[in-house]
Structures are given as structure tokens and as C-alpha cells.
Design a protein around this ligand. Structure first.
Ligand code: FES
Length: 201
């Protein structure tokens, strides 16, 4: 850093302005890269710090959610590896589906709502290791973002801002009882998986 400052001081005024402008451009480009939309439609690009559950420093696009095939109708489970690798697997009367669990506002990991008011989210003591399971409300908010209070319904639609973009539906398959969620592959919200077969309902 000292070298950099010395270099700037030694430049002519014109050179100094050019140098500072090009440095600012580089910084701005870096920021733009961080907020670019990902393939799932989220504003959270890979590498963003997210501000959520940041202590699991593993980044993957495919998450294995153990035992998710055992969900009963109306249940959901959330698995978080890090801010960019968090998935919801849920089951309704049409079958299983998966959503990204990364809030589309500023990349925190959402939690399952507990109760109709969605004011006491289900939080696991160890989000890295164990999926959290809970019941989905039949209507209203199902997922709550603890950072700024956005709420999402069971299908990922925005129920309450500041988020404006739904939680993206993503590809899901089962290997035995375990769900494999591909966070890099968005799918239509209507996609459901029954057994090992995907169907659009
Ligand atoms: S990051 Fe979720 S509401 Fe802001």
C-alpha cells in the first residue's frame, strides 16, 4: 500500500488523475461482478459475502439433503452449507420440489417460519451439518429472511419485501432417500418430482 501511495505522489497531476480514474474503474468493475445476477435469477453472485450463515466455507452448486424423500405432504427442510449454497426441499400434494434458500434481497439464508405470524423462525444450532425440518403453512409466509425481514410463500413467491424476486425453483433428483439439489439449474416453479421422475403439474 505504501508503494502505491508513493507511486501516486510521484506522478504529475494529469498522470495522477488518470491513474486514480483507472483504479476506481477497476474497483467499480469488481463491485459490478459481485452483484451480477446468477443463473438462478438471484442478485447474489458466487463469492458475495451475503451476510448470513457464513462460517461454512464450502461452496458447491449441488447439495445433498439427507432423508428429504421422507418428507410428508406439507413439510419442508432447509440445508445450508454457506451463503451461496443453501437449499429448500419441500413436498406438497403434487410432489417434491426444491428452491434456493438464499434470499434474493442481499443473499442471507432464509429460515423456515414457525407459526402463522412467521415471527419465530426455525434456526438450527448447526446449520452446516443438519437440515432443519418444519411444517409449511397452507398459506401466507413460509420462509423468513433474518437479515431484513423478507418473507416468501411455500412456492418461493415474495410475500413481504424488501426482496422483490422470488426464491428460484431449482433442479431436484433423488438418490435413495437423499435429495440432490442443483442450485445452478433453475426450473419452472410448477416442476414436481415424484420418486425419481420429474413432472410438470
Ligand atoms: S437479505 Fe434477506 S431481506 Fe435482506
Amino acid at each position: 500500500m505504501r508503494c502505491l501511495l508513493g507511486k501516486v505522489q510521484a506522478m504529475s497531476e494529469m498522470d495522477r488523475r488518470r491513474f486514480l480514474l483507472s483504479t476506481a474503474g477497476t474497483v467499480l468493475l469488481g463491485c459490478a461482478g459481485k452483484t451480477a445476477r446468477s443463473s438462478t435469477g438471484s442478485p447474489c453472485a458466487s463469492g458475495s459475502d451475503g451476510g448470513g450463515l457464513g462460517y461454512c466455507l464450502v461452496e458447491r452448486s449441488k447439495l445433498t439433503v439427507p432423508g428429504a424423500h421422507q418428507l410428508t405432504v406439507g413439510e419442508a427442510t432447509i440445508m445450508a452449507i454457506d451463503d451461496q449454497s443453501a437449499a429448500i426441499v419441500a413436498r406438497d400434494d403434487q410432489g417434491h420440489y426444491a428452491l434456493s434458500a438464499t434470499c434474493t434481497h442481499a443473499c442471507c439464508t432464509v429460515t423456515l417460519c414457525a407459526g402463522q405470524a412467521c415471527d419465530s423462525p426455525v434456526v438450527s444450532e448447526n446449520d452446516c451439518a443438519l437440515p432443519k425440518k418444519g411444517l409449511l403453512p397452507s398459506r401466507g409466509a413460509a420462509f423468513l429472511c433474518p437479515c431484513h425481514g423478507s418473507q416468501f410463500t411455500a412456492d418461493g413467491s415474495v410475500f413481504l419485501g424488501p426482496a422483490r424476486v422470488p426464491l428460484p425453483a431449482v433442479a431436484l433428483e433423488f438418490v435413495g432417500d437423499d435429495a440432490i439439489v442443483d442450485l445452478a439449474t433453475p426450473v419452472p416453479t410448477s416442476i414436481r418430482v415424484r420418486g425419481t421422475t420429474a413432472c410438470s403439474g
